[in-house]
Design a protein around this ligand. Structure first.
Ligand code: PGA
Length: 253
């Protein structure tokens, strides 16, 4: 049975005291919750990883990084390695987010290298894929998804743990959510791809999250889809009440 994963991607938001306030409040909100079937993850900006990790240690949520470099170490000013994340016991890291693909020209090849570095350090990648509006309108959504899967997961032992996040680019930060049917269709395609390229077990055990304007109003109808195993949430994860209410919905399912 796959757990539901509710992950917040803060992107480049939140100041130091806001981080503390949010995480202590989240901690309080989760204290009485039975989280046996739900995993809660917060991905703060990297400068707050240590603070966030310290608070998470005494709480029921986990921390993820938002990015990692594809090299092991060396002269890469401003970058963070997978070994560094591992040395701080950070369990998760987002890679392949459409904002990184778009603004930092990250290719499937680079994302694949990042994923392998994370695996070498036993960090679970939250690997994002998704089509743009133009690609959807051109009717090439499925081709794009399959080529991102083939490129990003090339020679990857997925048994080592990968979380896949389907995030249609046109739904990110736009308030325009994919309908549950649109999301389910792509999630089913991803699951089928996993079965064909790995095994039935891998396909059945790999969490596939939806991302793109998920909020307290639409979270339930998305989560009840058979192949949607959680959410990667941006905007609505900056508000602790909204984020906690989405966790509460997941707990009730
Ligand atoms: P959003 O962002 O929830 O603000 O659309 C999701 C994401 O980019 O992961």
């Amino acid at each position: 049975m796959r757990k539901i994963i509710i992950a917040g991607n803060w992107k480049m938001n939140m100041l130091f005291t806001e981080v503390e306030d949010f995480l202590f409040e989240l901690s309080d909100n989760l204290e009485e919750k039975n989280l046996n079937s739900v995993e809660v993850v917060i991905c703060p900006p990297s400068v707050y990883l240590e603070l966030s990790s310290d608070i998470a240690d005494d709480s029921k949520f986990f921390i993820g990084a938002q990015n990692v470099n594809d090299n092991s170490n060396g002269a890469y000013t401003g970058e963070i390695s997978a070994a560094m994340l591992d040395s701080m016991d950070i369990p998760y890291c987002i890679i392949g987010h459409s904002e990184r693909r778009k603004y930092y020209a990250e290719s499937d090849e680079v994302i694949n290298a990042k994923l392998k570095k994370l695996h070498e350090n036993e960090i679970v990648p939250i690997f994002c894929i998704g089509e743009t509006l133009t690609q959807r309108e051109q009717n090439i959504t499925k081709d794009i998804i399959l080529s991102q899967l083939n490129g990003g997961l090339k020679d990857v032992k997925i048994e080592d743990n990968v979380i896949i996040a389907y995030e249609p680019v046109w739904a990110i930060g736009t308030g325009k959510t994919a309908t549950p049917a649109q999301a389910q269709e792509i999630h089913a395609l991803i699951r089928e791809w996993l079965e064909e390229n790995y095994s039935k077990d891998v396909s059945g055990n790999t969490p596939i999250l939806y991302g793109g304007s998920m909020n307290p109003e639409n979270v339930k109808e998305l989560l009840i889809q058979p192949d949607i195993d959680g959410g990667l949430i941006g905007g609505a994860a900056l508000d602790v009440s909204k984020f906690s209410s989405m966790v509460a919905t997941a707990v009730e399912l």
